[in-house]
Design a protein around this ligand. Structure first.
Ligand code: HAM
Length: 425
């Protein structure tokens, strides 16, 4: 058999999974501080959900979705991102009608995009994201940006750059759209086939085309910032004031448009400027999506959120040389000699584990020395040796591995002795 995991996927094995657990629990704890609650939505959805929200003319929908027909002839898609599902769920479960608004969610889970795999770009990747639905207060934009930034800072990252822009409201976007069409029209035939279509359907998408990125008309394209109406300009200014109040540094990039269609007003990305981070420098992205809830059949409800992949976060930790404080030790390891002792360790291991103590033991009939080696490999803090003589005396020899100190402990007192030694377990 020579079956491999699909291209662009990875197995996360022990040795690595501890980092993932540490990162995920840190992020969850952070969400608790900001009062964002977990939502879990299905990994597949009706294809139409993503076509309508992420947008028909985006690369994600046009080129990157894992879409299949199920046995009931329905078109389903493995989710390429989390926002669409959250909004669908918000509408379907009529959460908008509940008294405690805004609704603040976070999620962590796998997303799927058929992209060309490279470092930091996977076909299955894990996103951590948050969504705040039901408030059009620029202070919540600032809160989302702050949480996004804190997610990295909490883990010790420093080389971070917050880039923001405003895409404006519908009116501003419409003005900008017309300016873009006029700007690109003379170069139409020089643009790629996709961009020619985009120019008619959704000219903003031309700005994030990967093929035409270096076309001279890109540089001189009109910025949406120049087309913001008063409401949009004021809104963006307030977001900046709130960021200033928190002492959060940012740069405004008028060319930041994001690759999904549902955005308006605030759009942002966090980049890593750590040396050696790699070609892709974007760690996370997000923005406001007023109108999306209505698009999904709900009442007028503003929304904002962001998402990051854990893969890129771990890359950034590596680039900055940050070691997470992961405890990979084991409380104790049983070394047994003889059949009776072996049976007794089965009983004792069960008893200790029920009392909250981490325990492992030999299962390969190893010799004494090899059992000690296993204990070392597993970074056991205590090795509990049980032979015929110890058994006869109803006691065990407990060796503290950090000091080499050995002590005989009655089997009846083993639990309380270890609990005390291990510090309040
Ligand atoms: P996005 O910019 O498409 O936005 O993705 C957000 C983040 O997901 C990226 O910045 C990156 O960290 C990660 N990511 C995306 N594609 C890949 C990939 N192929 N491999 C590894 N990581 C990847 C969204 O998905 C929006 N739903 C964010 C949002 C939430 N906006 C509002 N609320």
């Amino acid at each position: 058999m020579n079956i491999k995991g699909p291209r662009g996927t990875q197995d996360i094995l022990p040795g690595n999974s501890e980092q993932w657990q540490y990162v995920e629990s840190t992020l969850m704890e952070l969400c608790k501080r900001y009062n964002y609650k977990e939502i879990r939505t299905p990994i597949f959805e009706q294809t139409e959900l993503f076509q309508r929200s992420v947008g028909d003319t985006t690369d994600i929908v046009q080129k990157e979705m894992y879409t299949f027909t199920d046995r009931g002839d329905r078109s389903l898609t493995l989710r390429p991102e989390g926002t669409a599902s959250v909004v669908r769920s918000f509408v379907q479960n009529k959460v908008f009608g509940q008294p405690s608004q805004p609704t603040k969610y976070f999620y962590i889970g796998p997303m799927f995009r058929y992209e060309r795999p490279q470092q930091g770009r996977m076909r299955q990747f894990y996103q951590f994201g948050i969504e705040a639905l039901g408030s059009a207060d620029p202070a919540i934009d600032a809160e989302v940006l702050a949480l996004a930034l804190n997610s990295y800072q909490e883990l010790g990252l420093k080389s971070l750059k917050l880039v923001i822009n405003s895409l404006g409201d519908n009116e501003s976007r419409q003005q900008h759209r017309e300016a873009l069409i006029a700007h690109f029209a003379p170069y139409r035939t020089e643009l790629c086939q996709d961009c020619q279509t985009r120019l008619d359907k959704n000219p903003l998408r031309v700005l994030d085309c990967k093929k035409d990125r270096d076309h001279p008309a890109m540089e001189s394209a009109p910025s949406v910032l120049d087309y913001l109406n008063d409401y949009s300009r004021n809104y963006f200014n307030k977001v900046k004031v709130y960021l200033d109040t928190m002492g959060i540094d940012y740069v405004v990039d008028k060319n930041l448009v994001r690759g999904l269609d549902y955005y308006n007003h605030t759009a942002f990305e966090i980049m890593s400027d750590a040396e050696g981070f790699g070609a892709i420098t974007t760690l996370s992205g997000g923005g406001r999506y007023n109108g999306l809830v209505e698009e999904m059949g709900g009442p007028e409800t503003p929304g904002i959120g962001f998402a990051m992949s854990i893969e890129r976060l771990l890359m950034a930790l590596e680039a900055e040389g940050i070691q997470l404080p992961i405890d990979d030790t084991l409380d104790c390891y049983f070394v047994a000699m003889g059949d009776e002792a072996k049976t007794e360790t089965v009983r004792l291991a069960y008893l200790l584990r029920k009392n909250g103590i981490q325990v492992d033991k030999d299962y390969l009939d190893r010799k004494l020395k090899a059992q000690f080696k296993s204990a070392d490999r597993l970074k056991a803090k205590y090795v509990i040796v049980l032979g015929e003589q110890e058994l006869a005396e109803n006691k065990a020899n407990v060796k503290k591995m950090t000091t080499g100190e050995q002590i005989e402990v009655s089997l009846d007192e083993l639990v309380s002795y270890l609990k005390k030694e291990l510090g309040g377990k």
